[in-house]
Unconditional design. Structure first.
Length: 344
């Protein structure tokens, strides 16, 4: 099918998210009754909601949809599903069912495009062992696609995003750069090598990384998506009893990310992310400009960011790399509570 989906949309992937500052303003002041069984709600800024069913079982839920980040419809569907599933995996849950969310410009696109997108989504769901149980669709000016995912989780083994402990090692399971590479794609400047690697990473499920983090008793975990590495790192230190030091030179990057950042192919979401969180980060001014742009680059279907003990991190890295992950230890947790430092 000869169509370039990214030509039909203004924004792409998780870069289309509302900025974190604007989102905070929208949620501020919203009040609901106290539900004793609600373990994780929207006020926590975590990756998914968790509702206790009994002492051993809880419901974990999330939703994620966005405009295309690639041109091929099947690949777009695969990425959209992998991205939606990631929130369940980052909490340590097991996804079970999916409901599709479709916004489609039927006056501009052949319905066969949507069928291909949904086919791609189903491929990823089947790979994850998740049943598609239904969906909802509306007409819109631009195509957008994703899923609401429901799953189960042990309420005693939830991986929260703000429970990091001091003197641990911070691990990232996928390389950064998808936002930059997508911007280069839209400008007609992305190399085949960069695009191929970006798609490989975006379609990779975070299931195995989640299992490895859980088995290593990760103290905290999140997935790196639309708010960028530093945006999600900021959520990890807020309310925790530790700080973070991140070493830019240790961060895995998709080939081309530095080149595109130096060329100024920066997604709009990068500037929103930086504006909201840069005051929390010490050391940004000592880094090259391109490094800061990469650290705030909005990722789509990014990797897991989690902390594990110094005794176990090497074992974790070996297991991640043996299962095909471009992972690395990118920093450590510190005793500077609530402080993020970045170094070259």
């Amino acid at each position: 099918m000869d169509i370039r989906l990214t030509e039909y949309t203004k924004f792409s992937g998780c870069g289309a998210k509302l900025g974190p500052g604007l989102l905070d303003k929208a949620l501020c002041g919203l009040v609901q009754p106290n539900y004793p069984e609600l373990i994780v709600g929207y006020a926590a800024s975590d990756d998914a909601g968790v509702f206790r069913l009994n002492d051993e079982l809880a419901l974990v839920q999330t939703i994620d949809f966005f405009p295309p980040i690639v041109d091929d419809p099947i690949t777009f569907g695969k990425i959209a599903a992998a991205n939606a599933l990631s929130d369940i995996y980052s909490m340590g849950g097991k996804p079970l069912t999916a409901v599709s969310v479709v916004l489609f410009p039927q006056s501009k696109m052949n319905i066969e495009v949507l069928r291909k997108v949904m086919e791609g989504g189903l491929i990823s769901l089947i790979d994850a062992g998740v049943a598609l149980v239904g969906g909802h669709s509306i007409e819109d000016d631009e195509i957008k696609f994703g899923f609401s995912i429901s799953g189960i989780i042990n309420p005693k083994r939830i991986m929260r995003n703000n429970t990091i402990e001091q003197n641990e090692i911070l691990i990232l399971s996928k390389p950064l750069g998808t936002g930059l590479i997508n911007t280069a794609l839209r400008a007609g400047m992305a190399s085949d090598t960069s695009l191929k690697k970006s798609i490989e990473e975006m379609t990779r499920l975070n299931r195995i990384a989640s299992e490895i983090a859980l088995s290593a008793n990760a103290s905290a975990c999140t997935d790196v998506t639309g708010f960028g590495l530093l945006g999600h790192a900021a959520e990890m230190v807020c309310g925790s009893s530790a700080g973070l030091t991140i070493h830019f030179s240790e961060i895995p990057l998709i080939d081309g990310a530095i080149e595109y950042a130096r060329l100024g192919l920066i997604p709009a979401g990068t500037y929103r992310n930086r504006e909201f969180r840069e005051k929390m980060v010490n050391g940004l001014s000592t880094l090259p400009t391109f490094a800061g742009d990469i650290l705030f680059d909005p990722q789509t279907s990014g990797g897991l960011l989690f902390s594990v003990s110094k005794e176990r991190y090497q074992e974790v890295l070996v297991r991640l790399k043996e299962t095909g992950h471009t992972a690395n230890a990118i920093g450590e947790t510190t005793n500077e509570i609530g402080v993020i430092r970045v170094e070259l």
